[in-house]
Ligand binder design. Structure first.
Ligand SMILES: [Zn+2]
Length: 254
């Protein structure tokens, strides 16, 4: 079995004490590749260094909407330059978060659309964060002419999912799915074409039920896989194989 964690923040400080052990542990469980999306400009160098150190890490560079207040359009220019000398598999994590009221929506939009244009220019896929903003994100993807990427931690409706899939996007599902109360999300995962699903942990955030209340870890991906398999009444090996293929179809892994 060969699995890909399509969204994990392995660069976060929470993993400084045991990153190496966790990567080895995940590898033994079949998790062979990790996609690390950046969150701030400050994180790019660190992520680059980690990718040099661990060959199973693939990286994306970008500015996350949470941290938009610390950034300006000048940082987007820096992104455009950075990716010329630091190969990556995508632009991310970028997007819109209308749940957090204190983050200026106009500033979010400026940095999001500028980063979409950078992705387009470099022919790179995007890793998207869309909270209370799926329709707006979808609209901007259309305007920018982007046709490849993952909407991470997808939590929208079937109709919203269908629209994104038609445009060429995959949807990422993680720990949230593993809780019995997540009935709406589980119904969605049951219904979607398997070709549109990618697995992720978003560790150290969004703990799967086995890590509830604690730091989420790479091994949570196995619980996500097993949840998808049981919801769809399909062997885990088949889910693993198809979701790995899906991730390969999105990212420029080398
Ligand atoms: Zn994330």
């Amino acid at each position: 079995m060969k699995l890909i964690d399509s969204h994990i923040h392995l660069d976060f400080e929470a993993f400084n004490i045991d990153r190496e052990k966790l990567i080895a542990e995940a590898d033994s469980a079949g998790i062979k590749r990790f996609v690390i999306p950046a969150t701030t400009r400050e994180s790019w160098l660190r992520i680059y260094q980690l990718s040099e150190q661990y060959p199973s890490l693939s990286v994306a560079y970008g500015i996350h909407p949470y941290f938009i207040q610390k950034h300006t359009l000048e940082d987007c220019e820096a992104l455009d330059n950075w990716i010329r000398s630091h190969p990556c598999v995508a632009i991310g994590e970028i997007g819109l978060d209308y749940f957090l009221k204190e983050i200026d929506p106009q500033q979010q939009m400026n940095l999001f659309t500028t980063q979409l244009n950078i992705a387009k220019k470099h022919n790179l896929p995007v890793i998207l964060h869309a909270r209370k903003a799926i329709d707006e994100v979808t609209h901007q993807l259309k305007l920018a002419g982007i046709t490849r990427g993952i909407v991470h931690s997808f939590n929208g409706s079937y109709v919203q999912a269908e629209r994104l899939i038609e445009m060429g996007f995959k949807l990422g599902f993680g720990g949230a799915l593993t809780y019995p109360r997540a009935t709406r999300l589980q119904a969605l995962v049951k219904q979607l074409p398997l070709e549109s699903i990618c697995l992720e942990t978003d560790a150290p955030d969004q703990a799967a039920s086995r890590f509830a209340g604690r730091r989420n870890e790479p091994l949570a991906l196995i619980e996500v896989l097993e949840t998808v398999a049981s919801l769809r009444e399909t062997p885990a090996e088949i889910i693993a194989q198809q979701t790995t293929e899906n991730a390969y179809s999105v990212f420029n892994f080398c």
